[in-house]
Ligand binder design. Structure first.
Ligand code: COA
Length: 152
């Protein structure tokens, strides 16, 4: 199936939160709705909120990237979610790659930067995609980072 990845619009917020609730659990819906409503484009380091849509415009995947506690050259990855009916088709990887490329171009002027995330069940998924475990948080969840070199 063909998907398009786009920046979240106001009209997508509830659908994005629905994908997060279905893939992560209902107790994530309210928090996802708040996070995907963040639209701070006039700030120096705005959050990047993306959705993947089917050809019919159905939101089936999400991802968010914000600057992290390490500073603007290290962006966090959050809300990487794919609707359960659309798993295992490469959409999670496509969202992650799109987000990494977009951030490098838009926020780092194609220079080097890094991504950081905390995951519970997906250490293998991220390590296959270039992330390395650099620490564990206080709940023993791996903190993973990926360094992206300057684009030649
Ligand atoms: C993580 C997620 C976005 C991947 O989406 P996807 O579209 O199925 O991903 P892809 O098709 O690109 O890749 C599938 C990979 O996910 C892995 N995967 C699928 N279900 C998994 C599970 N329950 N636990 C761990 N890994 C899983 C597969 O092994 C596969 O890995 P591989 O290609 O390296 O062998 C999706 O599984 C999801 O929404 N999970 C629930 C939400 C979540 O926990 N997100 C936070 C991650 S920190």
């Amino acid at each position: 199936m063909n998907y398009k990845i786009e920046i979240v619009t106001k009209q997508d917020i509830k659908a994005a939160a629905d994908v997060c609730a279905r893939s992560l659990g209902e107790d994530n819906r309210a928090c996802a709705e708040i996070d995907f409503a963040l639209h701070l484009t006039d700030t120096p380091y705005p959050p990047l909120n993306l959705v993947a849509k089917t050809a019919d415009g159905l939101v089936v995947g999400t991802i968010q990237s914000c600057i992290s506690y390490f500073g603007p050259k290290v962006r966090g990855i959050a809300w990487l979610c794919v609707h359960p009916d659309y798993h295992q088709q490469g959409l999670g990887e496509a969202l992650l790659k799109y987000c990494e490329n977009f951030c490098q171009k838009k926020f780092w002027n194609n220079e080097a930067g890094s991504f950081v995330l905390i995951t519970k069940n997906y250490e293998d998924f991220y390590s296959k995609r270039g992330y390395k475990t650099v620490a564990k948080d206080w709940c023993e969840k791996p903190l993973m980072m990926k360094n992206i070199p300057t684009k030649s």
